[in-house]
Design a protein around this ligand. Structure first.
Ligand code: ZN
Ligand code: ZN
Length: 264
């Protein structure tokens, strides 16, 4: 029997752009028949809702409020709620799974880590890193930067993306042999507020009992189903993606890929 999980969502308590409380998210996903959610609020260098000049432990405590809200409600109604986060490093976004709030409180260096350091810190502590929506172009993203060497997989389908961005990400991930995941990037839950049809995620064959189970799923490359329409990942004639760059190992000097990805 398959299990359904949301891998990417933001709460109003912890993300400046969040619209729903953790508890509201939990109730919505429970009503949709999900087994669990990962709360992945915008982290220290992203659009977080917590003032960055607070002492670190206090910053972490407040950063986790959205997760705690979801967790409390999830425990009450029978939905698994897992902690994760989404960091922005110089314009690209990273989902980190498998490390708990207590780890964060003890590791302030994560807030200033390079991509390479972030991956090493996560691995050291039993976590993993997914590059979120790598082909997204928005005003807050400087350019499409592909960093296969600094992640364990790629979010190829993101409900907040435009379709060509996801199709390109799928082609990129397949070519490079990168593990593929899917998430909604949901900022607002509720019937009449969010379309269940564009509420995505993943389906696993086994129940995830803890965040570490998801880390194992990714690192052992276990088969999962991406919960998005198949057409989402197929290039459409007449669409295009912007130019893209390979991030170099020193993270200083990206080089153009010279690829359009969708048709070449
Ligand atoms: Zn956001
Ligand atoms: Zn996000």
């Amino acid at each position: 029997m398959p299990y359904r999980y949301e891998t990417h969502l933001h709460t109003v308590e912890s993300s400046a752009c969040g619209r729903s409380t953790g508890a509201e998210h939990a109730r919505f996903y429970k009503a949709l028949g999900y087994d669990g959610i990962f709360v992945s609020d915008h982290f220290f260098r992203g659009n977080c809702a917590v003032p960055r000049d607070l002492p670190w432990e206090e910053w972490v405590r407040r950063y986790c409020l959205g997760y705690y809200s979801a967790k409390e409600e999830g425990d009450r109604i029978g939905l698994q709620v897992f902690f994760s986060w989404e960091e922005s490093i110089d314009g690209d976004d990273w989902l980190v799974y498998g490390l708990p709030p207590e780890w964060l409180a003890a590791h302030p260096e994560i807030a200033h880590a390079t991509r390479r350091q972030q991956l090493a810190l996560a691995h050291e502590a039993g976590g993993c890193v997914i590059q979120a929506h790598p082909f997204r172009m928005r005003d807050y993203i400087r350019r499409v930067l592909l960093s296969p060497q600094f992640c364990d997989g790629v979010e190829v389908a993101n409900a907040g993306n435009k379709q060509p961005e996801d199709a390109a990400a799928r082609i990129y991930a397949e070519e490079r042999g990168l593990y593929m995941v899917c998430g909604s990037d949901n900022h607002e839950s509720g019937f009449g507020k969010r379309d269940p049809e564009v509420t995505w995620g993943i389906e696993t064959q086994e129940r995830l009992t803890c965040p570490a189970d998801y880390v194992r799923t990714i690192l052992e490359r276990r088969p999962i189903r991406l919960l998005c329409p198949e057409s989402r990942l197929v290039p459409v004639e007449g669409t295009a993606v912007t130019e893209s760059f390979w991030m170099d190992d020193a993270e200083t000097d990206p080089v153009p890929t010279g690829r359009g990805w969708l048709f070449d």
